[in-house]
Design a protein around this ligand. Sequence first.
Ligand SMILES: *[C@@H]1O[C@H](CO)[C@@H](O)[C@H](O)[C@H]1NC(C)=O
Ligand SMILES: *[C@@H]1O[C@H](CO)[C@@H](O)[C@H](O)[C@H]1NC(C)=O
Ligand SMILES: *[C@@H]1O[C@H](CO)[C@@H](O)[C@H](O)[C@H]1NC(C)=O
Ligand SMILES: *[C@@H]1O[C@H](CO)[C@@H](O)[C@H](O)[C@H]1NC(C)=O
Ligand SMILES: *[C@@H]1O[C@H](CO)[C@@H](O)[C@H](O)[C@H]1NC(C)=O
Ligand SMILES: *[C@@H]1O[C@H](CO)[C@@H](O)[C@H](O)[C@H]1NC(C)=O
Ligand SMILES: *[C@@H]1O[C@H](CO)[C@@H](O)[C@H](O)[C@H]1NC(C)=O
Ligand SMILES: *[C@@H]1O[C@H](CO)[C@@H](O)[C@H](O)[C@H]1NC(C)=O
Ligand SMILES: *[C@@H]1O[C@H](CO)[C@@H](O)[C@H](O)[C@H]1NC(C)=O
Ligand SMILES: *[C@@H]1O[C@H](CO)[C@@H](O)[C@H](O)[C@H]1NC(C)=O
Ligand SMILES: *[C@@H]1O[C@H](CO)[C@@H](O)[C@H](O)[C@H]1NC(C)=O
Length: 605
Amino acid sequence: MCVAADWRRLYWWVVLQWVVGVALSGPCAQRCDCLPKLPIVNCSSRQLASVPEGVPVNTHALNLSINHLKTLARRRFSGLKQLRELDLSDNMLTVIEVEAFAGLQNLLILRLSRNRLKIIPVGAFSGLPNVQFLDISENEILVFLDDMFREMPSLQKLEASENDLVFISNRAFSGLANLQELNLDRCNLTSVPVEALSQLTGLLQLRLCRLGLSTLPNNSFRQLVRLQELRVSHCPWLDSLAANSLIGLNLTSLTLSHCNLSAVPYSPLHHLVYLRYLDLSYNPITTILSNLLGDLLRLQELHLVGAGLLRVEPGAFRNLAFFRLLNVSDNRLATLEESTFHSVGTLEVLRLDGNPLACDCRLLWVMRRRLWLGFDGHSPACGSPVQVQGRMFQDFTEVELPRLFTCRQARILTRKPQDVRTDEGHTVLFFCAADGDPAPLIIWLNPKRSVLTGSGRIRVLPNGTLEVRYAQVQDSGYYLCVASNAAGNDSVSVSLRVRGFPASTRNRSGPFFLEGWSFASGQAPVNGSQPFPFDVKTLVIAVTMGFLSFLSSVAVCFIFMFFWSQSKGQIKHTATIDFVPRSSASAAGGGRATMETGRFTMKLI
Ligand SMILES: *[C@@H]1O[C@H](CO)[C@@H](O)[C@H](O)[C@H]1NC(C)=O
Ligand SMILES: *[C@@H]1O[C@H](CO)[C@@H](O)[C@H](O)[C@H]1NC(C)=O
Ligand SMILES: *[C@@H]1O[C@H](CO)[C@@H](O)[C@H](O)[C@H]1NC(C)=O
Ligand SMILES: *[C@@H]1O[C@H](CO)[C@@H](O)[C@H](O)[C@H]1NC(C)=O
Ligand SMILES: *[C@@H]1O[C@H](CO)[C@@H](O)[C@H](O)[C@H]1NC(C)=O
Ligand SMILES: *[C@@H]1O[C@H](CO)[C@@H](O)[C@H](O)[C@H]1NC(C)=O
Ligand SMILES: *[C@@H]1O[C@H](CO)[C@@H](O)[C@H](O)[C@H]1NC(C)=O
Ligand SMILES: *[C@@H]1O[C@H](CO)[C@@H](O)[C@H](O)[C@H]1NC(C)=O
Ligand SMILES: *[C@@H]1O[C@H](CO)[C@@H](O)[C@H](O)[C@H]1NC(C)=O
Ligand SMILES: *[C@@H]1O[C@H](CO)[C@@H](O)[C@H](O)[C@H]1NC(C)=O
Ligand SMILES: *[C@@H]1O[C@H](CO)[C@@H](O)[C@H](O)[C@H]1NC(C)=O
């Protein structure tokens, strides 16, 4: 009894509340809530199959989300001149008729996401002169037609992600001169819609995701001169950027993540001198090379997470005087040397966790700064050596550092003198083995002190041995092996003396003897294996020049004799001589000379 009375009281109380609510808020649309005082109508989640009647004309925001609307008929909202925001997301809309929104002259925000639109007819958005934000994401739209957004001249932000776009017509974005943000994430496009994008001259932000392209062609974004932020991500086939793909852009933020780039795109990037943020995460990039990012003067942040990065070369961030954040977590880095940076003083945040770090002197600079360098809540841990394996950088005490974070200077083990004398044509090996911690790098310098590489006739083998094949006389000299690591370097010098054969015993098919030597091919010996101090071509030219000068002297003599004999016979004879206009010997005959082009006539006295 008592319980039943309570229930009845509660029921009346609820009814009273409802009546009072309605009385305060005035007439409201059927099955909707009109929030008292605020001109907001909430029709969300009412299982509506059509737009309800009787929405107050002074409504500012109408929420029709999460209903069962299937179509929007023409001029359905025409009375709502005050409406600023219309939310139609999470319905089952498949059709929007032409002029469906006509009359909403003050509408600023239109939300149509998560419906089932496959196509939006041209003119569907007509009569919306003030809309600034349009959300058509998560539909099934296949194409953007020409002039589709033409009647939304105020549009600033277009959210079109997660559609099944296969094609964007060339003039689809015409009229959108004020568009600042365009999001085409997770669309199925197979190429950058270059022509369509070129209409968006005011664009500041562009997001392109999951494109099926394999390269970014030259001039992909040429007209987007105001673009500041570009995100291209989740393109599993994208493995290269053409050298001029980003030309015309002046970006401050660039993301190229989750693609298949195997190297940092140095040359496409180098003109982006205002770039501050660069994200190349989740690309199979193994090395950041030295000195190639130096043009990005204002770069502040680099993210290269989960990329399989093995090495960041010393000098990689040289010139980057404002560099403050490096995010290289989840890679395969063994170390990160202080000399990588322009100055570690500017560095504020370093994400180095998830790397097999070798805790030696090369990382001492990180340890020393571990208390004020931000690890973003993820302290790095040591991967080796064994006695500190797994320990977090934060957990080390100051007194341990000098003992644990040490290196052993590179030291060359093969110290016994290597002085080789040999005859021309033999192959010679010089050994250079070294130890140290970390394992030293071995380089060889030739007698002219330039670094030798792993290829060519004189080369460095992978085990550090120097190989001189078919030794030549000019190979003679002192070679230097330098072993270096973070703790220092060591060097050792070896000598090679090569004795040449006397000329008469030379192989007669060699280049000096003219058999088999072709002048027409112009093939001069270029790699220093030519054993003679002069080459045949020079010889031939010298001889030819000598011969020519002899001929010309003879010719001059002849001409002189000719004139002399003529002057003896007939006086006042006119001779015309073709000449190359260079000679100044015009007075040679002692007569009056008149110059014409390339010829002169002289009268002989
Ligand atoms: C609108 O109505 C729905 C369903 O009754 C409710 O869940 C939601 O909180 C309401 N929204 C506002 C802003 O009152
Ligand atoms: C409309 O209502 C839904 C559910 O209450 C809410 O999530 C959404 O934010 C509302 N839309 C607007 C524009 O307030
Ligand atoms: C778009 O891509 C998604 C995911 O790859 C796929 O499920 C969908 O079928 C594609 N749509 C079209 C129209 O190709
Ligand atoms: C892009 O432009 C550069 C420089 O003009 C040129 O060398 C390169 O071949 C072009 N690449 C493609 C794919 O057209
Ligand atoms: C990514 O590139 C590598 C070679 O660089 C290639 O073997 C692989 O198939 C590419 N992945 C895709 C999804 O194209
Ligand atoms: C490039 O962008 C920067 C910063 O956004 C701006 O200061 C600079 O004037 C722009 N340069 C050009 C050539 O547009
Ligand atoms: C580093 O990158 C990861 C993965 O992208 C991200 O979650 C994290 O927020 C980044 N850290 C900083 C400091 O930006
Ligand atoms: C240069 O030397 C290499 C071997 O050291 C040889 O194969 C090549 O033919 C030489 N080139 C010329 C132009 O002599
Ligand atoms: C280095 O390799 C070469 C050829 O592979 C071999 O002849 C030489 O003995 C090796 N040197 C050492 C020190 O192992
Ligand atoms: C070896 O170390 C000295 C000083 O320690 C340095 O001057 C020299 O440049 C280094 N040489 C090489 C090849 O690293
Ligand atoms: C001369 O050298 C060539 C290769 O350059 C070789 O084939 C030929 O056998 C040599 N002749 C003599 C007589 O050594």
